[in-house]
Design a protein. Structure first.
Length: 269
């Protein structure tokens, strides 16, 4: 466990791979923590420096009072990277993590060399939908919504696996204030204009059975950026790094090699 004191929040973070390698930073989805990447990190090129963190209100990070904004979440990520001495990275974001990546890339284009947007969008749903979810949580807690959330997270085949009970436990143990704070950040964010101004390599990854951020929305966001590439993982829901880790890791590895292939400070055999 490693904690970064960013003054307004404590963020839990973890490092794998080569500490001297090119940094790849991972931001997780709503209701999960950095363990959502467990199945893929050891399948990625060992030359890379792999950084994962729990956003505020999730995992082992602190849970400041809400509401949160997307700008605030991106600033947390920016301050963490500054804290770690990272001046350039590839940012891999899942769901709200991808929104954080888009906001960070617009805010600090010098800091984000490329983006991977997994099951994410420039705008995720309408504000009223998120207000309704917040109201339901206030009334019955996260557990009252857990089963329909898991139905959106996972494809039909994976949903029957015993492993999903662990993901359900992770979801319902998320601090309510942190979960609601991030819901408020999503409700208030429309990154369409700023994402359309990005000029960097982007890989969009969708899941054909994603009920939380349907594949066509992921594709539309990816196409906002010139020369971006979109790939869809068949049979996967909202968390393809969990459901289809080998396929996800393969796509990510190919993309990383392509992005870093011309790098003078990084070699990937």
């Amino acid at each position: 466990m490693q904690m970064a004191d960013l003054h307004t929040v404590w963020l839990n973070w973890r490092e794998d791979g080569n500490p001297d390698g090119f940094p790849v930073v991972f931001a997780n989805s709503l209701g999960t923590d950095l363990r959502v990447w467990d199945k893929i990190v050891h399948s990625l090129p060992p030359e890379l420096r792999l950084i994962r963190f729990d956003k505020r209100g999730h995992g082992l990070s602190s849970c400041p009072a809400g509401p949160y904004t997307m700008e605030q979440l991106a600033q947390d990520a920016e301050q963490l990277l500054d804290h770690l001495g990272i001046t350039s990275c590839i940012f891999v974001g899942l769901s709200i993590g991808g929104m954080i990546g888009q906001e960070l890339a617009a805010r600090r284009p010098d800091l984000v060399r490329a983006l991977v947007l997994s099951n994410s969008a420039a705008k995720m749903g309408e504000a009223q939908m998120w207000r309704d979810r917040i109201a339901a949580i206030h009334q019955g807690g996260i557990e009252a919504l857990a089963d329909p959330i898991l139905d959106r997270w996972f494809g039909t085949t994976f949903r029957t696996q015993p492993e999903t009970e662990g993901w359900r436990n992770m979801l319902i143990r998320t601090p309510v204030e942190g979960y609601i704070g991030c819901c408020q950040a999503i409700a208030g964010a429309d990154l369409t204009d700023s994402t359309a101004q990005l000029r960097l390599p982007v890989l969009g990854i969708g899941g054909s059975e994603d009920g939380a951020c349907p594949a066509d929305i992921v594709r539309a966001t990816t196409e906002l950026v010139p020369n971006a590439r979109y790939v869809e993982i068949k049979g996967a829901g909202h968390l393809p790094c969990v459901e289809k880790p080998e396929e996800f890791a393969g796509l990510l590895t190919d993309s990383l090699k392509e992005i870093l292939g011309c790098a003078t400070d990084t070699t990937m055999e």
